[in-house]
Ligand binder design. Structure first.
Ligand code: FAD
Length: 475
């Protein structure tokens, strides 16, 4: 039988369930990736540029092993129609399934196409350690709260990594789609140039880099992870997120390597973070409209202020709150932001500025190299207190005390907000309190070189609580 292995967000040749079956069950195999340029979020979007860079790396590793990745570029049905006309003998397709969001809609649409063209589709669960409906309560419902979910998750037997027998002789290498290939790379190279060149160059991507990084992390950082993971300057986390979201390494492989490491508090905490990734996948499955809609109905009627000027200042890192500004500049420069800072900036946008969490979610979507809809929407709804198991609406992060706690010496701020770098540690978290003499001493004028705070935290905290309570009353 002649089959297609359709890669999507599983860009690796090892421990890949669909690929394993595709090799085992086919006589001839076409390796394929499809790109629809219409789907691009905005020109130069870091999220997608970095993803397509992963495709480029996958293509190179397939070539190294004597095969060819066929890239189709354009409208999805037109592309697959052309594929069928080129290979009339094509009868089966192998995919790792998407359980929610855009991927699920695409898979449903394509299931119809495959049916109409007599193509057998073989779908597998592969993106998570446990798929969405695998962890259920005793009454057969999905969990809403992480702690009991995690209790169950821990008990459940973990799937072992699978072995792919890469049989080069089965692979089809056709030049029929070279024009698609050229169009894709023309498009990709233009997109990289827009604003992502340095980010993509700096980012280590691909399966080899993922293994190297994971091994180094286990060796040098895992045992201290529980304490170190909260401090942005410490670089105490694994940096696995962009590898996992593109599937350059499987969650099973990450889990099994971590599991084999010596026991420590860090190891326990890390495993819990992997479970959060599964949890948010399950939540998106359970609430398919959560990208647009609050999961918690109580907070679906918050009257957002949505001040566009403030939104711009947040995006640009010009809010007058140094930790927020440093974080937002890190995102813009690197396409990544530390978890503690994602929580602080998301809380600041939704509670201090009273700006709709959907605006923030979309902004992160464009800029993150590790954008994952489940974790991003989950994280935003958590911070906005609108999600399942979110932070209580009255527990509002104070950006200054968060800064004093997690960037004690202010060195993370100095790294990304250089206009504050001369300021003493005691004052760097709240430069608006500098006296005229101190400003002179540090060579900075607040309000000119660095902005005054755009809101008063104490006052905006009160307003946020009022807005959330008003929403509850309206429901
Ligand atoms: P580590 O601390 O080393 O964690 C290991 C892995 O566990 C991560 O790679 C990730 O896959 C998973 N993980 C860790 N924390 C979480 C979490 N809170 N939720 C789900 N999975 C987690 N993560 C993304 O992968 N993509 C996103 O788009 C994303 N958006 C977020 C938005 C907000 C507002 C918040 C608060 C969090 C978001 N997260 C997102 C979760 C978390 O911030 C990142 O996974 C983490 O910072 C990635 O760095 P790391 O790989 O070094 O993490």
């Amino acid at each position: 039988m002649t089959s297609v292995m359709w890669f999507r967000r599983d860009l690796r040749l090892e421990d890949n369930t669909a690929l394993k079956h595709a090799f085992e069950e086919s006589d001839q195999l076409i390796l394929l990736f499809h790109v629809n340029p219409e789907q691009f979020l905005e020109d130069g979007a870091t999220n997608q540029v970095s993803f397509f860079n992963s495709v480029k790396i996958l293509e190179a590793s397939i070539k190294e092993q004597g095969g060819k990745l066929h890239i189709l570029f354009g409208d999805i049905e037109d592309c697959f129609q052309e594929l069928k006309e080129t290979f009339p003998e094509w009868s089966d397709v192998f995919i790792n399934r998407d359980e929610k969001g855009y991927g699920l809609q695409r898979d449903k649409k394509m299931a119809q196409f495959f049916k109409e063209h007599d193509i057998n589709a073989h779908g597998f669960f592969d993106h998570h350690i446990h798929y969405a409906t695998e962890i259920k309560t005793k009454s057969d419902t999905l969990y809403k709260v992480f702690t009991p979910y995690f209790r169950q998750w821990k008990e459940k037997r973990k799937p072992d990594p699978v072995t792919v027998d890469f049989q080069k002789d089965k692979l089809v290498s056709s030049s029929e789609f070279n024009d698609h290939h050229e169009r894709f790379y023309k498009f990709f190279n233009e997109q990289v140039k827009i604003n992502s060149q340095s980010k993509v160059e700096e980012l280590e991507q691909g399966n080899k880099a993922a293994h190297q990084k994971l091994d180094d992390f286990i060796e040098e950082k895992l045992s201290e992870y529980k304490e170190a993971r909260d401090y942005p300057l410490k670089d105490g986390t694994s940096r696995m997120s962009h590898h996992l979201r593109a599937g350059e390494i499987s969650a099973r492989t990450v889990y099994s390597k971590i599991k084999a490491a010596p026991d420590s508090k860090g190891k326990e905490t890390f495993i819990q973070e992997l479970a959060w990734r599964d949890f948010y996948n399950m939540v998106y499955y359970a609430y398919p409209d959560q990208k647009e809609k609050e999961v918690d109905e109580n907070f679906s009627r918050v009257e957002w202020d949505n001040n566009e000027e403030n939104f711009e200042k947040w995006k640009e890192g010009r809010t007058g709150f140094p930790i927020v500004d440093a974080a937002m500049r890190q995102l813009k420069q690197k396409g990544w932001m530390h978890n503690r800072l994602r929580m602080i900036t998301a809380s600041f946008l939704t509670k201090d500025l009273l700006i709709d969490w959907r605006w923030g979610e979309k902004y992160f979507q464009t800029h993150l190299v590790d954008y994952d809809p489940c974790s991003n929407i989950g994280g935003w709804q958590w911070a906005a207190s609108t999600g399942t198991d979110g932070v209580p609406y009255f527990r509002i992060f104070n950006p200054t005390t968060q800064s004093e706690r997690f960037d004690k010496k202010g060195d993370f701020i100095r790294l990304y907000v250089p206009e504050l770098k001369t300021i003493d540690t005691k004052k760097i978290h709240e430069p608006s309190t500098l006296t005229k003499e101190e400003q002179k001493k540090y060579g900075i004028t607040i309000g000119e070189d660095y902005p005054e705070p755009i809101v008063n935290h104490k006052r905006s905290r009160e307003l946020a609580i009022q807005a959330y309570e008003a929403s509850k009353k309206k429901v």
